[in-house]
Design a protein around this ligand. Structure first.
Ligand SMILES: Cc1cc2nc3c(=O)[nH]c(=O)nc-3n(C[C@H](O)[C@H](O)[C@H](O)COP(=O)(O)OP(=O)(O)OC[C@H]3O[C@@H](n4cnc5c(N)ncnc54)[C@H](O)[C@@H]3O)c2cc1C
Length: 423
C-alpha cells in the first residue's frame, strides 16, 4: 500500500492532498491544530486578516473542486467582477472601473480553507489526524517517514511539508545529514490591524470591496464583504509604520489613507469585535531547487517553500499553482523536477512582490538597473490604469496571476502607458 503523509491541513496541505489522492492508496494529513469549526485558529493567525483570493487561485481551486465558487456563493460568500463590483486604488487613484473577466470570490479565509479541506477529506483514501504535531523526519539518503510528538513514527512513501512559514524541514533535513536550503529574504516590517463590522447595503454605494494599495508614501488597507453581511477591514503600514489596535487610534489611522472609503466604513459601521494586530517581518524564500541532492521522499510547498509579502495577496494562489506542479510530477515525484518547476511559479510572484517592495527606499535589497527601470514603468502603468481601460484590465490580470507580468510590456500597452503619462 502506497502512503503519502501531508503535514499541515491548511490551504497548501489540503490542495496537495487533493492532487495526491489519485496516486496513493492512502493520504494521511497530519495537523497540529483542532480544525473543527470555521473560525481562525492558533496555527493560522493570519486568518484574522483580510485574505483576497487572486483569480488564478480561484480558477485552480475550481478545477480541483468543481462547483466550489457556486457552492460558496450559495453559502453566502459574495462574488463580483473585480473592477465593477469593487474599488481598487493605486497611489490614491482609482483603477478604471472596466470589465476584466476576473471574478472576486469574497469568502473569509476560514470559510475558504474549511471548504477545500472538507472537499479533500471526502475523497477516497484521504484521512486527517488533528492535534498531532510532526517533529522530525525519518530515513537517511531518502526520507521514509515522519516522527510525531510523543515518539510515534508514520512510514510514508512520500512526505509533503505544508506546515507554513514556520516549517522546520531545513532542521529536520540537517538532522538526517542533508544540506539545508539557502534562504532569500526581503524584510519589510509590515504591520496589519484588522476588525470586522456589520455591513449595510448602502455602504460604499453598494460596492462589495475596496482595496487601497500600500505604496511608498501611502498607507494602505481594504475592506471586503464577507459571508454573514460583515465588513472585514484591514489597515496596513510598511517599515514599522504599523496601524494601532486601540479603536480610536485605529480609526485615526484609517483616516490617513489617501482615499476616504475605508475610513467611512470604520467611522460609520457597527464594530463586531476588537482590532487585532499582525506583524510580518519579510518575504522568505527557501531555495530547495538549489540543493545539490534534494532527498527523495520529501517535498516542501506553500508558505514553507516561499512566504510572500501579504500585501500582494499571492500566497494562496501560488500554493494552488504548486499543487498543479505536484500533480504534473506524479505518480513518483522526483524532488529535483518538482522544485525546479515550483521555482518557476514562485519566480513570477516573487519578482512582482519584491520588485514592488524594493520601490521603498527603506527596504534593503539588490536593485539592478533593469529593476529600477521596471519599477519606474510600473509606477507609470499604475497611473495609466486610472485613465485607460485596456491598461487597467491588463494590470489587474497580471496582479491576479492570469497573465504574466510581461503582458504589461506588450508594445500596445507600453504606448498606452506612455501616452497616459504625458497627459
Ligand atoms: C497577514 C497575512 C495576510 C495574508 N493575506 C493573503 C491574501 O490576501 N491572499 C493570499 O493569497 N494569501 C495571503 N496570505 C498568505 C496565506 O495565508 C498563505 O499563503 C496560505 O495560507 C498558504 O499557506 P500554507 O497552507 O502553506 O501555510 P499555513 O496557512 O500557514 O498553514 C500551515 C498549517 O500547518 C500546521 N502546522 C504547523 N506546524 C505543524 C507541525 N509541526 N505539525 C503538523 N501541523 C503543523 C498549522 O497548524 C497550519 O494548519 C497572507 C498571509 C499573512 C501572514
Amino acid at each position: 500500500m502506497r502512503q503519502a503523509v501531508v503535514l499541515g491541513a491548511s490551504i497548501a496541505g489540503s490542495l496537495a492532498a487533493r492532487v495526491l489522492a489519485g496516486s496513493f492508496d492512502r493520504v494521511l494529513i497530519v495537523e497540529r491544530d483542532d480544525v473543527a469549526g470555521v473560525t481562525p485558529r492558533r496555527g493560522v493567525p493570519q486568518a484574522r486578516h483580510l485574505h483576497g483570493l487572486m483569480e488564478r487561485g480561484r480558477q485552480i481551486m475550481e478545477e480541483l473542486y468543481p462547483g466550489l465558487t457556486d457552492d460558496l456563493a450559495a453559502e453566502g460568500a459574495p462574488t463580483t467582477e473585480v473592477l465593477r463590483g469593487s474599488r481598487w486604488y493605486l497611489s490614491g487613484l482609482r483603477v478604471f472601473p472596466t470589465a476584466t473577466g476576473l471574478t472576486t470570490l469574497l469568502a473569509s479565509r476560514p470559510m475558504l480553507e474549511n471548504a477545500i479541506r472538507t472537499r479533500t477529506l471526502a475523497l477516497p483514501g484521504v484521512e486527517l489526524r488533528t492535534r498531532c504535531a510532526a517533529v522530525g523526519l525519518t530515513g537517511g539518503d531518502e526520507v521514509t517517514g515522519v516522527r510525531l510528538a510523543g515518539g510515534e513514527v508514520l512510514d510514508a512513501d512520500l512526505v509533503v511539508d505544508a506546515t507554513g512559514r514556520g516549517s522546520r524541514a531545513p532542521d529536520w533535513l540537517a538532522a538526517l545529514g542533508h544540506e539545508r536550503p539557502g534562504e532569500d529574504r526581503v524584510d519589510v516590517d509590515l504591520g496589519y490591524a484588522s476588525r470586522t463590522y456589520r455591513r449595510k447595503p448602502e455602504h460604499l454605494d453598494g460596492h462589495l470591496a475596496v482595496v487601497v494599495s500600500t505604496m511608498p508614501g501611502f498607507r494602505g488597507g481594504g475592506a471586503i464583504t464577507l459571508e454573514g453581511d460583515r465588513w472585514h477591514v484591514t489597515l496596513a503600514g510598511m517599515l514599522g509604520d504599523h496601524p494601532p489596535v486601540e479603536p480610536a487610534e485605529f480609526e485615526r489611522f484609517a483616516a490617513t489613507l489617501p482615499v476616504p472609503d475605508v475610513h467611512e466604513i470604520v467611522r460609520d459601521a457597527e464594530p463586531l469585535d476588537d482590532p487585532v494586530p499582525h506583524r510580518f517581518r519579510g518575504s522568505l524564500r527557501r531555495r530547495y531547487e538549489r540543493l545539490r541532492r534534494p532527498p527523495r521522499g520529501l517535498l516542501v510547498l506553500g508558505d514553507a517553500l516561499c512566504s510572500f509579502n501579504p500585501l500582494y495577496a499571492q500566497g494562496m494562489t501560488v500554493a494552488a499553482q504548486q499543487a498543479l506542479v505536484l500533480r504534473d510530477c506524479l505518480p513518483d515525484p522526483d524532488p529535483g523536477r518538482f522544485y525546479r518547476a515550483a521555482a518557476g511559479v514562485v519566480d513570477v510572484a516573487w519578482g512582482m512582490s519584491t520588485g514592488s517592495d524594493l520601490r521603498y527606499p527603506g527596504v534593503e535589497g539588490r536593485r539592478s538597473a533593469r529593476g529600477r527601470l521596471l519599477g519606474a514603468y510600473a509606477a507609470r502603468a499604475q497611473v495609466a490604469a486610472h485613465r485607460d481601460a485596456v491598461v487597467a484590465r491588463t494590470f489587474m490580470r497580471t496582479a491576479n496571476l492570469t497573465l504574466p507580468p510581461t503582458a504589461l510590456l506588450a508594445p500596445d500597452i507600453v504606448l498606452r502607458v506612455l501616452r497616459a503619462g504625458r497627459r
